[in-house]
Design a protein around this ligand. Structure first.
Ligand code: HEC
Ligand code: HEC
Length: 458
């Protein structure tokens, strides 16, 4: 071996030793740049981004029952709409509309069309991915249902809210079955078979009267009655109430829509090959310089808090303030909470457009770029991207823009230079790492039929 070959070999091993000792910070002569993985691992640790604890396995009998109830139109006043109509397994557990067309409309997702009396729901349908994860205690864009077994539950039903739920996800069931435009139907309207709708005679506020009527619908079908009694040993027919149905639907949603096997989860579990370099750079920006992680914090990308990012005020709006939507401000009645909405989790976000509380953006990249310059996006916003019936509803006055921007959340800031297009592309790559491949095709979740015999295809 020549002397120079030997020297080269020695130098190489010195470099190797340097790299190893540099990693644990114990020395090495020259500083060696940390690898992207090293930087990202440190950033994630500093930001408290850890592997997510999967929910406990659900009781298979309860899951099966919950699945049928989730697809069951018998639970709606006019027997024309089910949870699955708006939270469809093939539509990212939502419905692909900017705002959902409620009971009385027909068809599924973007093909859904209004009937003579159907209305839009006031907000974009939330996806239901990972809502069974422990700690997910706050529901709705404005947080109006919340709780856990220790602290109890609050909901729009006020004092009538039952308290026996396993989690907020199960508790949720008590709400969509009650509004006239959503599932209950209105007074005097017949059901799809021409029979009276006994639930439609009540009003939205009659929660405690509506629930037993919905339970009675299920209990009148022997298959549900038997499955409910079997799923809750020790109960009699008279004991079965809305909480039992809710627990079943909650168990199904947890079982079916937990989506925690994404490239990002694999990375968090230590597989550094699970993310591409672009995704890693995107994660560095997300939890670092672009400051997304200050609101979209932790492993589920939400602080469960409420923020105003000045999303375009488009669509129906909500309540007395319509066509505006005060969001969290409607619940707390505080002026400083106006236009705040719960930070959405970004898990599977690619699959559940349109985006924002009212589905203002039809393209995910626009929803992201909006954060980087809300004022410019408000000025340039084109409402042709929402449902055609809602064209022309964009509140474009300078006054509205000013009001929205006046209370813009200060955490909406990028440190240093504005993001380049290449950096935005990296952010988008990171968002794609939050998609669980298993969620891409959930056709298997749709039952062939439900006990009422009503259709399951929309
Ligand atoms: C007509 C469409 C429609 C139907 C039917 C419907 N939902 Fe929803 N769902 C929505 C919309 C819209 C929202 C968001 C409303 C808001 O935040 O104001 C939502 C929100 C939710 C959420 C909250 C998720 C979160 O992150 O806070 C859950 C859970 C849910 N629905 C479950 C159900 C269940 C269970 C049923 C059946 C009993 C059901 N939905 C029926 C449209 C619908
Ligand atoms: C000040 C808190 C805050 C910061 C910082 C923030 N977001 Fe958001 N983000 C929100 C809120 C709140 C919404 C929902 C607003 C609405 O619907 O009116 C949202 C919506 C979104 C949506 C649409 C999700 C959906 O389901 O509709 C995406 C995507 C998103 N943010 C990505 C990002 C990215 C990427 C960054 C960093 C560049 C970021 N956000 C920074 C609070 C924040």
């Amino acid at each position: 071996m020549s002397a120079s070959r030997v020297l080269a070999g020695v130098l190489a091993s010195v470099a190797l030793v340097g790299a190893c000792s540099g990693e644990d910070g114990t020395g090495g002569n020259a500083p060696i740049a940390p690898s992207l993985d090293q930087e990202l691992t440190e950033l994630l640790a500093a930001e408290g981004v850890k592997p997510v604890e999967k929910p406990a396995a659900q009781d298979p009998g309860l899951v099966k029952l919950g699945q049928l109830l989730f697809f069951e139109k018998e639970l709606s006043g006019r027997r024309n709409i089910a949870c699955s109509t708006c939270h469809h397994p093939l539509l990212g557990s939502a419905d692909g509309q900017s705002q959902s067309r409620g009971q009385g409309a027909t068809g599924l997702g973007p093909q859904r069309v209004h009937g003579p009396k159907s209305l839009f729901l006031a907000r974009n349908t939330l996806s239901i991915w990972n809502r069974g994860v422990k700690g997910w205690d706050t529901m709705f864009w404005d947080g109006r249902l919340a709780g856990n077994p220790t602290d109890g539950y609050i909901s729009p039903a006020g004092d009538a809210t039952p308290q026996e739920f396993s989690n907020a996800l199960a508790a949720f069931f008590i709400i969509p079955i009650t509004p006239g435009e959503e599932m209950r139907g209105f007074q005097g309207e017949l059901d799809v078979n021409g029979n009276p709708n006994e639930i439609g005679d009540l009003t939205d506020a009659d929660f405690a009267q509506i629930w037993p009527l919905v339970v009675a619908r299920a209990m009148a079908i022997p298959e549900y009655r038997d499955a409910l009694l079997a799923a809750f040993p020790g109960t009699t027919e008279a004991d079965i109430n809305v909480v039992h149905l809710a627990e079943a639907v909650g168990a199904f949603m947890t079982d079916a829509f937990t989506a925690l096997d994404t490239p990002f989860d694999r990375y968090l579990a230590g597989n550094h090959g699970a993310l591409s370099d672009a995704q890693k750079r995107g994660a560095m920006l997300f939890y670092g310089r672009a400051n997304c992680g200050s609101c979209h914090s932790g492993s589920l990308q939400t602080d469960f808090g409420f923020h105003n990012i000045a999303a375009p005020q488009v669509g129906t709006g909500k309540g007395e303030e319509a066509p505006l939507d005060y969001g969290r401000g409607r619940i707390t009645l505080k002026e400083e909470d106006r236009f705040k909405f719960r930070t959405p989790s970004l898990r599977n976000t690619e699959l559940e457009g349109p985006w924002m509380h009212n589905g203002a953006y039809a393209h995910l990249e626009d929803a992201v770029r909006h954060h980087l310059d809300p004022e410019a996006f408000l000025k340039a916003y084109n409402d042709k991207q929402v449902e055609p019936e809602l064209w022309g509803t964009y509140q474009n006055s300078e006054e509205t823009r000013k009001t929205l921007l006046a209370s813009l959340d200060p955490m909406l800031k990028v440190e240093g230079a504005p993001l380049t297009d290449a950096e935005v592309a990296d952010l988008m790559a990171f968002l794609s790492a939050l998609t669980d491949p298993a969620s891409l095709n959930q056709l298997y979740l749709i039952p062939d039929s439900v006990p009422s015999g009503l259709p399951v295809d929309d």
